[in-house]
Unconditional design. Structure first.
Length: 277
């Protein structure tokens, strides 16, 4: 254990640092995505985007403080959808829905289910001891996902184009049953999710902006999020370093995920579909 920490060992702290230093900055390209969609055409448009983004994040934090258990449950669901949409190789139909639920559900509800004894104290720190709803959801979801995984295996057996993603799914399933929950989540979030997201948006953004400009925008958003997170940690830290660190990272992720998902899975994805039609 690290001095001052009770729940988190060195591996878990390093995992959280990777989430903050590697995983979180992938969302910092949201400014560049907004510019690509037209938010950079004027000061008023840029100000509207920033104000809307911050308002959505602030609303999530406010609701979390009022209803932590329900907000955590909703965060898990939208994270499953967001992760799954990013990992799905199919574009539509039953295969797409299967991939969304399985690839998104495994790193969320799979980790909770298979690492329950380790996850409960973490969720208790995020919800003031009200982790029961999230645990119940995992107990409902994982058997359903298990049945769907069998169907997914049959799909992959018949369709060679699905085999790489199915193999990725199986490998991740092994990882989450072996490694501690924060470590397995960080591996998924920082490698599979962040890497795939960056590859998906980079070629689109690079067609209208210079790489230097994109990195500059991302650096600005990243620095701002780190400064806000650091200030929040200092404000929350009252001797319970575990709770403060977990709350800053995961409530912060929830606050950023909602506007990030609206932008990426909503406006950006819609724009890409229109371009291909």
């Amino acid at each position: 254990m690290i001095e001052g920490l009770i729940l988190l060992d060195m591996a878990s702290v390093i995992a959280l640092l990777f989430v903050v230093l590697i995983g979180l900055p992938h969302g910092a390209f949201d400014g560049a995505i907004a510019n690509h969609l037209g938010a950079g055409r004027s000061f008023a448009a840029a100000a509207k985007f920033i104000a809307s983004y911050c308002a959505a994040a602030g609303l999530v934090i406010t609701i979390w403080t009022m209803f932590p258990a329900v907000t955590l449950a909703l965060f898990l669901i939208i994270s499953m959808i967001h992760f799954g949409r990013g990992d799905a190789s199919a574009k539509s139909g039953p295969v797409f829905m299967t991939q969304v639920l399985l690839h998104g559900g495994l790193p969320i509800f799979g980790i909770i289910y298979f690492q329950q004894s380790s996850v409960i104290p973490l969720f208790d720190a995020l919800t003031n001891g009200a982790s029961d709803l999230a645990i119940l959801m995992s107990k409902i979801m994982v058997p359903v996902l298990g049945l769907m995984a069998g169907l997914y295996g049959l799909m992959a057996f018949r369709d060679a184009s699905l085999r790489t993603r199915f193999a990725e799914f199986i490998l991740l399933a092994v990882v989450i049953t072996i490694l501690p929950p924060l470590v397995s989540f960080a591996l998924y979030f920082c490698t599979i999710h962040t890497g795939r997201h960056m590859r998906r948006i980079w070629h689109v953004l690079a067609s209208t902006s210079s790489p230097k400009g994109l990195y500059r925008q991302a650096a600005g958003f990243t620095l701002a999020s780190w400064l806000v997170g650091g200030a929040a940690f200092l404000w929350l830290e009252n001797g319970d370093l575990d709770a403060a660190l977990l709350q800053v990272v995961f409530i912060g992720l929830a606050a950023l995920t909602v506007p990030h998902m609206i932008l990426v899975d909503g406006f950006f994805a819609k724009g890409q579909r229109h371009q291909t039609e």
